[in-house]
Design a protein around this ligand. Structure first.
Ligand code: MOS
Length: 733
């Protein structure tokens, strides 16, 4: 089905199974070790180990592999000299490896050592002796802003947007805010390292690989290896997190595939934690300038957002940090611009809520600065700028409940007790403050297909090439099928993570649940019709429940109708609703922090996120996604900082000892997320919106605003570490 019309009442509205706070159907497998991840498959494989380039730019002068080749257990040392010619494209399209002597980024694989054991491969990898001729390069974004250019990304939103006359309106505005914020390089830091087991059956490749979007990956691998797409199968039933770091094919998959074909044996490889930082993608740092011009009542007359980010020279993907600024607040004169700086560092790509996650860190703090200037409550300022329609596209919102989120959050959080003057509230040596932020994230829907089958034993089986990266996809799909077919959830089996199943969008961009769930909805709808026809009933009025199909007059057990088994296919396409309606999810974040008056140390004390994101498919997994996103926001505000050495173009803190993400001790018990009731009739047949990324959107800004309220330090460079706060602290008597 295409999303071209409002959804109307449907079988999911009963919410007998959907929406409930159900445990994950794969939970037991995971906690008992029964869920097998890519690196845990097939025990008789050879092991590969990546040798990374130790310069950022230059050329391999010589590469000696003899010692490695003679080392115990070694079967193969791949370098550019013995690697096959591969297809090319941007990082989404292809991932050629070992293509020649030129080195264009630090950590780029220069050799791949395959041996009988992991230890042998690793030991031999250290025997590969590479000498380089080093060139100079451009590494640090702030040093090369003069190189910025307009990105020409062909998919997605345009780099610039302009409505009215921003510069005149801003110049004439009685109240003006002109502030610049910076956000650092970040790394996904998912739990499971990138890993692949490759094997060939004649000319057919099977890859067990950790990948978020299998059908995209299948295409990229076929293109890279110059083989037909039908000869590539990706298998990935369990994935230990991704956050965008596994959206696209990485070197592990291609190296394992090439080596396995060469050796005619399965080859497996996992990147080490340290390797992940350079060998895979990261989130670009950003420099953002926000200009807000208002009238004396705080109504925005001009809103401008300029963003600089960096990427590898051949890439066009930019950090779309001004995206939310195009739809979040009203105002007749608007200007947003993204500029991309070519840098000789690893490829920058999507990381959880690409765009909004860091864009809101700037916009929502600028709004806080504006509220203070106007002596307005930050919530009141936002309410005064609530738009009636999308202010740039001039189309209606599919649904928008930002104000309700802010008001409900304010009530629950006790916002009315806030002292808006910084530095007034103390608790021992802690300066205590509160802050809030609005949150929003785009709501995409992507083409997906699904197959559902009902067997004589009464078991329904769902098949899709969808992935579950830890979000709960298995569970919400089982709930949707159970609800639609009137079965208990125990009677639904969900098979995901294999490209032999119908094509699916995969997990990314917060489109996973909506896209896969809607395709499954459509398949179940088709199956209901087939069953109704067999029962001699009108499909529009027949009810499904307790394993039966029923009308007012009679009831038939489904097992009597299925024969030897009955199945149906379904699909979803975005349709017109995406162009005709402005689709976003919304939320409001509230944070309370303590800032140590002597050291500037920041401790989160409590946090509340209130979200409006359409139908909640599972209260438990939704809450878990939201809180996980909020914790991600805590990391963005306080911890995460991938430090680049501007001289040599490498990431200094490329491990989890020094790349800090929040740990349990950073997150107090009082972190809560709630969802307001909402059904979006334009989003998809589930009436849901994406929630995988909403939780992070705005969360960090609420913390930054709370820090300001606590101690008067307005830090515009993330992360807000204590060294930046220290000089702003009130001097002690
Ligand atoms: Mo997401 S950054 O599209 O995994």
């Amino acid at each position: 089905m295409d999303m071209d019309a409002p959804v109307g009442a449907n079988a999911l509205d009963a919410e007998k199974v959907v929406g409930k706070s159900l445990d994950r159907v794969d939970g037991r497998l995971k906690v008992t070790g029964g869920a097998r991840y890519a690196y845990e498959m097939q025990q008789d494989a050879l092991y590969g180990f990546v040798v990374e380039a130790s310069i950022a730019k230059g050329e391999i002068a010589s590469i000696e592999t003899l010692a490695a080749e003679r080392a115990p257990g070694v079967k193969l040392v791949l370098t550019y000299r013995n690697s096959p010619k591969q297809g090319t494209g941007n990082h989404r399209e292809a991932h050629p490896v070992l293509t020649g002597p030129v080195v264009s980024r630090y950590g780029e694989p220069v050799a791949f050592v395959v041996a009988e054991t992991f230890e042998q491969a690793r030991a031999a990898a250290f025997l590969v002796n590479v000498r380089y001729d080093r060139d100079g390069g451009h590494y640090a974004l702030p040093q090369h802003l003069d190189q910025a250019r307009v990105p020409h990304q062909t998919d997605g939103a345009p780099a610039d947007s302009e409505v009215g006359n921003f510069s005149d309106a801003y110049a004439g505005a009685p109240v003006q805010i002109d502030v610049s914020y910076s956000t650092p390089l970040q790394s996904h830091a998912m739990m499971e390292p990138h890993a692949t087991l490759a094997m060939w059956d004649d000319d057919k490749l099977i890859l067990h690989t950790a990948n978020q979007m299998l059908n995209q990956g299948q295409q990229a691998i076929a293109r890279t290896l110059n083989i037909p797409i039908g000869n590539v199968r990706l298998v990935s039933p369990f994935i230990g997190g991704g956050f965008g770091g596994k959206l696209w094919v990485n070197a592990d998959a291609i190296l394992a595939a090439i080596a396995s074909r060469y050796l005619k044996r399965p080859v497996k490889v996992a990147l080490t934690r340290q390797q992940i930082f350079h060998v895979t993608t990261h989130r670009s740092d950003t420099i953002q300038r926000i200009r807000l011009g208002t009238d004396r009542d705080g109504r925005i007359v001009a809103i401008g957002h300029d963003v600089f980010s960096g990427n590898f020279p051949s890439e066009q993907v930019y950090e779309a940090a001004a995206l939310q600024t195009r739809s979040l607040y009203a105002g007749p004169n608007r200007l947003t611009r993204h500029r991309l700086v070519p840098l000789d560092i690893p490829v920058a790509s999507s990381m959880r809520a690409p765009g909004e996650a860091v864009g809101l860190l700037a916009l929502e703090c600028a709004m806080d600065e504006l509220a203070e200037r106007l002596k307005l409550d930050p919530i009141e300022l936002r309410i005064r700028n609530e738009p009636a329609e999308d202010p740039e596209k001039h189309i209606p919102y599919s649904s928008r409940n930002l104000v309700a989120c802010m008001q409900e959050g304010a009530r629950r959080f006790g916002w009315d007790k806030r002292n808006s003057i910084p530095g007034q509230v103390r608790d021992g040596h802690w300066l205590v403050g509160t802050g809030m932020s609005a949150g929003t994230r785009g709501n995409p829907l992507r083409y997906s297909r699904a197959n559902v089958r009902l067997d004589p034993d009464g078991l329904a089986t769902v098949k899709m090439a969808m992935t579950d990266i830890g979000t709960g996809t298995y569970t919400i799909l089982a709930q949707i099928a159970a609800e639609m077919l009137g079965l208990p959830i125990e009677r639904v089996r969900v098979d995901l993570g294999d490209t032999i199943f119908p094509e699916a969008a995969g997990s990314g961009g917060s489109f996973g649940a909506a896209s896969s769930g809607s395709a499954l909805f459509d398949a179940c709808q088709a199956l209901r019709e087939k069953l109704a026809v067999r029962a001699g009933m009108d499909p529009n009025t027949a009810r499904f429940g307790d394993g039966h199909i029923a009308t007012a007059e009679r009831s038939v057990s489904l097992t009597e109708l299925v024969g030897s088994g009955i199945e149906a296919e379904g699909e979803i396409s975005p349709g017109r609703n995406n162009q005709d309606f402005s689709q976003q999810s919304y939320g409001a974040h509230f944070a309370e922090v303590g800032v140590d008056r002597d050291t500037g140390e920041v401790r989160l004390r409590r946090m509340l996120g209130v979200f409006a994101a359409g139908r909640v498919l599972n209260a438990k997994t939704a809450r878990s996604q939201a809180i996980g996103g909020m914790v991600f926001g805590v990391g963005a505000a306080l911890h995460e900082d991938l430090v680049l050495d501007p001289r040599f173009g490498y990431f200094v803190n490329h491990d989890l000892a020094e790349y800090h993400v929040p740990v349990h001790a950073d997150i107090p018990p009082g972190v809560e997320a709630i969802f307001l009731p909402e059904l979006d009739e334009r989003s998809n047949p589930l009436k849901s919106k994406g929630i995988g990324e909403l939780g992070i959107c705005g969360a960090g800004a609420a913390i930054a605003n709370a820090i300001y309220n606590a101690c008067g330090a307005r830090i515009r460079s993330y992360p807000i570490t204590l060294d930046k706060i220290l000089t702003h602290l009130p001097t002690q008597a």
